[in-house]
Design a protein around this ligand. Structure first.
Ligand code: XMP
Length: 374
């Protein structure tokens, strides 16, 4: 990115009446780049914190602090008990997101008061507020755009230096500011974190299952050029259905089951819940797995089609492996991963955790699915 443009961004920040600015770092490229930029402008008057919500991935807070050590000093604030107290037991994704946002900003405003900060730095980028305004989802970090006056509600003003930028521009800016590559190339991770990947009722056990599976999936598919790859978990429970199997006659010796949970897909311009179908059985060729959604998605209001890779016959949870390739995250293709690679990962998940009954690969593009499940 042109140094003159960055210089202007820094000058603009310098001209604001900032006593102290607080930045909550998630380890993603947006929040980190925003904080590094503001630090260039106001130095130590920027306080960077990492709020451990309890919905982070394995060892994430310490790891992020470590990688940023040279460029941005960070304090880790453990608020997981508070998030668990407020959020365990919730089932609906939008309720999870809204409650998450309330607790997140309550914690932030206390920290801001503690440090005497009058500004909050956020890594909001253009698609965040565009999607929230469009009603596609409740983005946890979009406040002013939906009419929340942060100065009176939380006691700080908002500084969002990246709000007009798109992701590729943020990455370019990050590189120019010497943000470490691991952060620049990090796959996106939703603000409410694993709380929306423990699909359905939120419990500590389900969170633990999804955290373990995520660690294995992230390691197993690292370096394959994917845009986003992760695990989600929910109960291995089905509702009965007759006739669904007839839709996929001819692809092999397959059976289909409807999960009890529902998951989000895209309909027109908005997000909506639909059925999640599990396909089991022998496929005549592996690449046909990637065609299954064509036979099933239109029927039965199905948003996600998942092909079962392994099943041990006992346990409580199903783990879905999700891996997509996309330029803009508005649409996405399923990553065409070799069956053997997926089987190795699936077996590792089973061997690692006897609470998991079965593991499958989500073979639905966006649309009709979303990338996440909630
Ligand atoms: P979907 O599921 O809508 O996801 O296809 C598109 C991209 O957005 C990310 N995502 C979120 N990011 N807070 C975030 O910061 C959220 O609540 C949220 N929900 C989805 C998702 O991971 C994907 O990259």
């Amino acid at each position: 990115m042109d140094m003159a443009i960055i210089g202007k961004m820094i000058e603009d920040i310098k001209s604001l009446p900032i006593k102290c600015a607080l930045a909550a770092i998630s380890g993603g490229v947006d929040s980190t780049t925003a904080a590094v930029l503001v630090r260039r402008a106001i130095g130590n008057r920027l306080k960077a914190v990492f709020i451990d919500t309890g919905f982070m991935r394995f060892n994430e807070p310490a790891h992020v602090k470590d990688i940023l050590n040279d460029i941005l000093p960070i304090d880790i604030i453990n608020a997981s008990d508070r998030f668990y107290h407020e959020m365990l037991g919730l089932g609906d994704a939008e309720k999870k997101r809204i409650r998450f946002r309330e607790v997140f900003y309550a914690v932030l405003s206390e920290i801001a008061r503690y440090y005497g900060c009058d500004w909050l730095v956020q890594g909001t980028i253009a698609p965040d507020w565009i999607e929230t305004r469009g009603g596609i989802k409740t983005q946890h970090n979009v406040l002013e755009q939906i009419g929340i006056d942060t100065a009176s509600k939380y006691g700080f003003k908002l500084l969002e230096p990246l709000r007009e930028l798109y992701k590729d521009q943020v990455r370019e800016l990050a590189r120019t500011l010497n943000v470490p590559n691991e952060i620049v190339n990090r796959q996106p991770f939703p603000g409410p974190g694993l709380s929306i990947r423990a699909v359905g009722e939120l419990t500590l056990e389900k969170l633990d299952v999804v955290r373990e599976a995520t660690r294995i999936v992230e390691e197993g598919l690292e370096g394959m050029g994917l845009s986003q790859w992760f695990a989600a978990a929910w109960e291995y429970e089905f509702t009965s259905d007759e006739g669904l199997s007839r839709a996929i006659n001819g692809l092999g010796d397959l059976q289909t089951y409807l999960f009890r949970v529902r998951a989000t897909g895209v309909k027109g311009d908005s997000r909506s819940y639909g059925n999640v179908v599990l396909v089991k059985g022998h496929l005549v060729r592996w690449d046909l797995a990637y065609e299954l959604h064509r036979y099933l998605a239109a029927a039965y209001d199905i948003t996600h089609v998942i092909y079962e890779l392994v099943n041990r016959g006992s346990g409580k949870y199903f783990v879905s492996i999700r891996a997509v390739v996309t330029d803009d995250f508005m649409t996405a293709d399923v990553a065409r991963i070799p069956r053997d690679t997926l089987m190795d990962i699936a077996r590792e998940i089973l061997n690692n955790d006897d609470r998991v009954v079965a593991v499958g690969y989500d073979v639905t593009p966006k649309p009709p699915a979303t990338i996440e499940y909630e």
